[in-house]
Design a protein. Structure first.
Length: 284
């Protein structure tokens, strides 16, 4: 679940300032992406263990951003709920996993009565957990799970990369300067176009589609939701007063910085797949 950062730099200087971070980002992605893609392709236990490990990373970053001690009761309950709910959903009933998220969030509210970010800490449980469960559920379809997951991932990644490139090459008016000063309208539109192109490509090379306009619309929807998720994380980081969610990935920040778009787009993709029915690709 490695992605390239959407945001353009705050400065619009000449030369290397636009691309100074690109080499480190590409190097990190080159190392991490193949392992992630291998687990996605294999599915089964390898994919589930990867997502549980990701849930653990997201939980630790979220607790740290909320400035709650990791081994204090509220922080431990929040982290344990995210990881336990994801693990149960991976190897047992998904409904039980979702129930763990709800119970865990409620317990955090009760336990963290004096914490400065009490409600944020509690909301982090379903925020991280539901996205992970959606990714599990999508891949679990034995007929079209891989195709659906690739459609989602490549649409989101293409949106991110397209926004990165268009924003740096074209610049222009800011998209949401009070939320994320680096993002531009050119980047947002470039990301949307890239998401549509990726969705059409996946549909064409996997199970095909007789309705390219529908494919384009669904890919565009996922691209828009992904960019909204990226903006949401920018709002959260401003709220917590941090630049990055963590330092796990060199050149990329934390794990949440890399999967923020995916956490919001995955539940939407899962709902589309649910509406289409098991065994039917989500873009049909």
């Amino acid at each position: 679940m490695v992605r390239v950062l959407v945001e353009t730099p705050a400065t619009n200087g000449q030369g290397g300032s636009r691309w100074s971070d690109l080499r480190l980002r590409v190097l990190s992605a080159t190392i991490l992406a193949p392992a992630a893609l291998l687990c996605i392709w294999a599915g089964g236990a390898a994919y589930k263990i990867m997502l549980i490990a990701g849930a653990l990373g997201l939980a630790s970053e979220w607790v740290a951003m909320c400035r709650v001690p990791a081994f204090g009761m509220p922080g431990f309950v929040a982290s344990a709920s995210i990881v336990a709910g994801t693990a149960v959903a991976a190897f047992g009933p998904i409904g039980v996993g979702l129930a763990i998220f709800a119970i865990g969030a409620a317990a955090v509210v009760l336990l963290a009565s004096r914490a400065p970010h009490r409600w944020a800490l509690a909301c982090g449980v379903p925020y991280a957990g539901i996205g992970a469960v959606a990714l599990l559920w999508l891949r679990d379809d034995v007929v079209v799970g891989l195709a659906d997951l690739l459609f989602l991932l490549l649409s989101v990644w293409a949106s991110d990369i397209g926004a990165y490139m268009a924003g740096r090459l074209l610049g222009g008016p800011k998209l949401a300067p009070r939320i994320s000063p680096g993002k531009t309208w050119s980047g947002a539109l470039g990301g949307l176009a890239a998401a549509v192109a990726a969705g059409l490509l996946v549909a064409a090379v996997t199970l095909g589609s007789a309705q390219p306009l529908r494919v384009a619309a669904i890919a565009a929807l996922l691209g828009i939701v992904a960019q909204a998720g990226d903006l949401l994380e920018s709002i959260l980081k401003r709220h917590f007063g941090v630049k990055d969610s963590g330092r796990l990935i060199p050149g990329h920040g934390g794990l949440l910085d890399r999967v923020d778009a995916l956490l919001t787009a995955a539940p939407v993709a899962a709902l589309l797949a649910l509406a289409a029915g098991r065994g039917v690709v989500l873009w049909q």
